[in-house]
Design a binder for this molecule. Sequence first.
Ligand code: HAM
Length: 420
Amino acid sequence: MSTFQAPRGTYDLLPPDSATFLAVREAISAPLRDSGYGYIETPGFENVELFARGVGESTDIVSKEMYAFTTKGGDELALRPEGTASVLRATLEANLHKAGSLPVKLWYSGSYYRYERPQKGRYRHFSQVGAEAIGMEDPALDAELIILADQAYRALGLRNFRILLNSLGDKECRPVYRAALQEFLAGLDLDEDTVRRAEINPLRVLDDKRDAVQKQLAGAPALRDYLCEACKAYHEQVRELLTAAGVVFEDDEKLVRGLDYYTRTTFEFVHDGLGSQSAVGGGGRYDGLSEMIGGPALPSVGWALGVDRTVLALQAEGITLELPSSTSVFAVPLGEETRRVLFGVVTDLRKAGVAADFAFGGKGLKAAMKAANRSGAKYALIAGERDLAEGVVQLKDMVSGEQTAVALEGIVEAVRSRLA
Ligand code: HAM
């Protein structure tokens, strides 16, 4: 009887599928590492106030979905629901923005936690790979990040995704729009919750999924008509740079995003094979976040791609990643003395950089060969007492089935040259 199960909204990553997760993290981070982004790791929990101020008190993420708790010592902490606030907090704390030239470019990979209603593609524990470019206002930086995410998805073989792009304006023009939208919303017949949302964050009402609300929103003032000249020019440059890079995107005025720190550029990667949880990644510019958490003005931009949903997108497109087997050689000893000798050979192979595994537990030939097969090894090293007496081991090519006796002396080199 199994007593425990993974908590609701979580799942375990197990071999062989877990290899795909590692490969996805690798594929998303590779273009970042090649583009000057340095690796950062921050704690899995932070002061709850960081997220309340950074992500926004009125957001679902903070008001409903945060795993917040008080420690025995009385600290108010929260499991991180996202990475941006933490990365900026760490940057400010270590003065990275003063240490060298700007922007500070960072990437990260890790677990995030949101107390959401679980469904396919929506979990309470999920995994993101993210990137943040801190301290610089330059449309080329916004474009770079979108291009790198596009490149990562294409490298994985994904094709059925779309990039939605919008501008949310800045601290000059957004308040004007916000007021106009609030005035419009005040004239509608909305439920209590929505009225409250309209007061705190009216832009989020535009994102309401209900048809009845969407019908009422026809004729709402459009942010596009309120963008100031600086925001318009900035957005136009981002669009031009993307187009020049051959990255296809769709202008989506309704794209609001679920976090409050965004200014100007916002974008989302959506995949058409995922049903309702279609956003595989998202991000944008957050020029005011640093000041919101007590830092100097540090205009920044970033994104996070969801690893879980990217894996689902691969499945939806029927893509199986070509993952080389992690084991090259599998040793099968027959008898006590050969166990000792072959275990030594396996250790030597590993030291020489050859991925090797061993039939543990004194299995018989049949069970051991089954294990060798399952390991995906290219070669099996098989030896019985007679082989040892003759100073050889049997090297079996697991694909062709061909078996040859190879001298035990110099076996590591012999195997290495065959694998090369
Ligand atoms: P986000 O849109 O909240 O943005 O999350 C980014 C991605 O994480 C989503 O597109 C999705 O793939 C994945 N994700 C989010 N919640 C879940 C969930 N419950 N289950 C599975 N996957 C999920 C951010 O987190 C921002 N920090 C991105 C950013 C970085 N903006 C600027 N810099």
